[in-house]
Design a protein around this ligand. Structure first.
Ligand SMILES: Cc1ncc(COP(=O)(O)O)c(C=O)c1O
Length: 384
């Protein structure tokens, strides 16, 4: 059945867009909200920045905090998860010989942030492999913490991983880290909207996220959750006035004003929450996109005839799924999908496997998955 939500987006006709997980376009309602914010800014920048910005950002934080289950005071509004992770990398004090523990499912840029940070001071990144297929959360926790030594200073893991699209057992990992008194930073851009979040209950130290993925807020919107016990450690990447113009100095003010810029992307986060919560319904969003991901998973497993990465369970994947296919050149396949079939899907090499990652948002339907399968079959028949 055709997706009833397709017309809520402006996707280019003729393109099969199955990569919301990399770059998630916004629906009309959100783009309209952003245009209104930009128009207000452009119509009187003085009034906007000096008289209104501080309150508007506070209202955005209030709304986002309810959505992700924390206090508004715990949130910094930032451009994206990458900026958030860089703030954390500066906040954690590392010395020569220290270790930062990551899983082998982490996003390449996140691994790079930590390698660069560690290299500067003679510390090192430890990459801990997780068992495959992922079936038992306790086994994942045991495997990750087997990489802890008396030099481990931080544990970093994805709530939902990029290459493998798996949901890692965040609650259990955080509980084990607390038991060992180890700080935890979660890389969470895919989890915002795809999963119900209770960040305060998770009790992590930092949670880095972008809102321009599954929440479908405008590009350039994101946040860092900072547990109150870590608040004093985190500093802005750019020092400015420490407050918005006409605002009051505060911890959050340091991050709200890192020089003059258009804040319309972050101010549109409430419109994106409204769209998913009120217009669509979060449960409807999660169940319909998971059902499509499950369909894609089943079909791709049949096609690829390789063992799956996880059990077929909502606990291990949500609206996005990665499926191993026959080994080969991942980049070349992704390019052929685009150039020959106008299909946008991620194809990645990961731990000796070639993975096809399918992102299912509201505008996708089974026909998109069928097109992908047809294209993969054709490419298999016509090797280059
Ligand atoms: C797991 C993960 N972490 C971090 C990022 C970085 O997100 P952004 O480019 O929005 O900063 C991505 C982007 O795809 C990701 O998949």
């Amino acid at each position: 059945m055709a997706s009833p939500w397709k017309s809520a987006w402006t996707l280019r006709p003729g393109v099969t867009y199955l990569n919301h997980g990399s770059f998630g376009p916004s629906p009309h309602a959100v783009r309209e909200a952003q245009r209104r914010w930009s128009d207000e800014l452009e119509s009187d920048p003085m009034d906007f920045f000096v008289h209104r910005l501080e309150r508007c950002l506070a209202e955005t934080r209030d709304r986002l905090a309810k959505f992700v289950g924390c206090a508004a005071a715990d949130l910094l509004l930032l451009d994206n998860a990458t900026v958030a992770m860089n703030l954390v990398a500066r906040a954690v004090e590392l010395r020569a010989g220290d270790e930062v523990l990551l899983t082998d499912h982490e996003y390449g840029a996140v691994e790079r942030i930590w390698r660069t940070t560690c290299e500067r001071v003679g510390a090192r990144v430890v990459i801990q492999p997780l068992p495959l297929p992922l079936e038992d959360p306790d086994e994942v926790v045991r495997a990750l913490f087997a990489g802890v030594t008396d030099r481990t200073r931080l544990v970093v893991f994805s709530h939902i991983s990029s290459p493998t699209a798996v949901i890692l057992p965040a609650r259990q990992i955080c509980a084990e880290a607390r038991r060992r008194e180890l700080p935890v930073c979660i890389d969470g851009p895919h989890a915002v909207a795809m999963l119900p979040l209770e960040l305060r209950e998770l009790d992590c130290d930092f949670y880095c996220a972008s809102c321009h993925k599954w929440l479908s807020a405008p590009f350039g919107s994101g946040f860092c959750y900072v547990h109150p016990r870590r608040r004093a450690t985190i500093q802005p990447l750019a020092i400015s006035w420490g407050e918005t113009p006409g605002g009051t100095p505060s911890w959050q003010g340091e991050f709200d004003w890192m020089g003059t810029r258009d804040p319309s992307a972050n101010l549109s986060i409430p419109a994106a929450i409204d769209f998913l919560e009120r217009d669509v319904g979060l449960e409807a969003f999660r169940s319909s996109t998971h059902a499509l991901a499950q369909y894609a998973r089943g079909q791709l497993l049949q096609l690829g005839r390789q063992p799956p990465l996880t059990a077929d369970d909502l606990g291990w994947y949500g609206s996005m799924v990665s499926v191993p296919i026959a080994p080969g050149d991942a980049h070349a396949l992704q390019e052929r999908l685009w150039h020959e079939h106008r299909i946008e899907a991620l194809v990645k090499s990961w731990q000796g496997r070639r993975l096809v990652r399918v992102s299912c948002h509201l505008y996708n339907d089974e026909r998109d998955v069928e097109r992908l399968l047809d294209a993969l079959r054709r490419i298999e028949r016509e090797p280059r």
